[in-house]
Design a protein around this ligand. Structure first.
Ligand SMILES: C[S@@+](CC[C@H](N)C(=O)[O-])C[C@H]1O[C@@H](n2cnc3c(N)ncnc32)[C@H](O)[C@@H]1O
Length: 259
């Protein structure tokens, strides 16, 4: 990842997060699309519904007092909810300084002020020390990495031996094989891969809502952001048929180190 690419990504996602933070409309549309699967406190801009949260808890196996890293954490809801549920500490990493500011301001609402911190970094270079966390989550972010194997190797570096990485992946047919190849190339064992067959339909509902409410969306997030969202809807709607969504649990080999 080059410094220039990081800066472009940071500016892109700053605009994305600041626009969405200005209005409740975008979250309301995610809530409509997910129905009762929508975790209101978390308020994700992703596929992070109750099923994903449950899988993150079950997959990580982090003990109370451990530390979880949420990479590509966005505005922090998933990591804060998860660390609170596990009685763990949290370090969230995102390329967007605006996301990091918004996430930091949400800590008190989760009772996590002293136990969570958010920092600017990338998936490929988090800035966290070697083996400093007990588990890693990455929700709907790995696709943005310039080099996915490098991003997975970075997650392997920061988690202690024996620690788990739980992440969402989405793509076209053959995704499962690519996930297995990338994990092996990054020195990670594949522990579990689950299909999320209902996820593409959720995106379909969301994209149709964006389209149907385009005028309100423009007022809520501004012309540029709304145009980007509508382009995404037009690009993705025809591709949802045949799209595969997975929940993947990987493990850094080796015996856990006593801490
Ligand atoms: C779809 S959002 C998901 C946010 C969060 N995980 C959630 O579930 O709500 C993707 C996030 O990844 C971040 N991101 C994208 N590319 C990144 C990179 N290369 N390094 C770190 N963060 C990145 C974006 O700023 C954004 O917050």
């Amino acid at each position: 990842m080059t410094v220039e690419r990081d800066q472009v990504l940071a500016a892109h996602f700053d605009a994305f997060h600041l626009a969405r933070d200005r209005s409740p409309l975008v979250s309301a549309l995610y809530a409509d699309a997910m129905g009762d699967g929508y975790p209101v406190d978390v308020a994700p801009y992703s596929s992070c519904d109750w099923t994903v949260l449950g899988a993150l808890v079950a997959g990580l196996r982090v003990r109370p007092g451990g530390v979880v890293a949420d990479v590509g954490c966005g505005t922090g809801g998933a990591g804060l909810w998860l660390a609170r549920a596990l009685q763990a500490g949290l370090v969230g990493v995102d390329v967007s300084p605006a996301a990091v500011r918004i996430a930091s301001a949400r800590r008190a609402r989760f009772g996590m002020t002293g136990r969570a911190r958010f920092t600017v970094g990338t998936l490929e270079a988090t800035g966290l020390p070697d083996g400093s966390v007990d588990g890693v989550v990455c929700v709907d972010a790995l696709a943005n990495a310039g080099d996915r194997v490098q991003a997975l190797a970075e997650m392997r570096r920061i988690v202690q031996p024996g620690g788990r990485l739980v992440m969402t992946r989405a793509g076209t047919g053959g995704l499962r094989d690519r996930v297995v190849e990338q994990a092996a190339a990054a020195g990670l064992d594949v522990e579990d891969v689950q299909k999320r067959p209902d996820e593409p339909a959720m995106w379909g509902r969301l994209y149709r809502l964006w389209r149907a409410r385009a005028g309100e969306l423009r007022e809520a997030v501004g012309e540029d952001q709304a145009a980007g969202m509508l382009r995404e809807a037009e690009r993705m709607l025809p591709r949802l048929e045949g799209r595969v969504a997975l929940l993947v649990t990987l493990r850094r080999p080796g015996p856990p180190v006593a801490r």
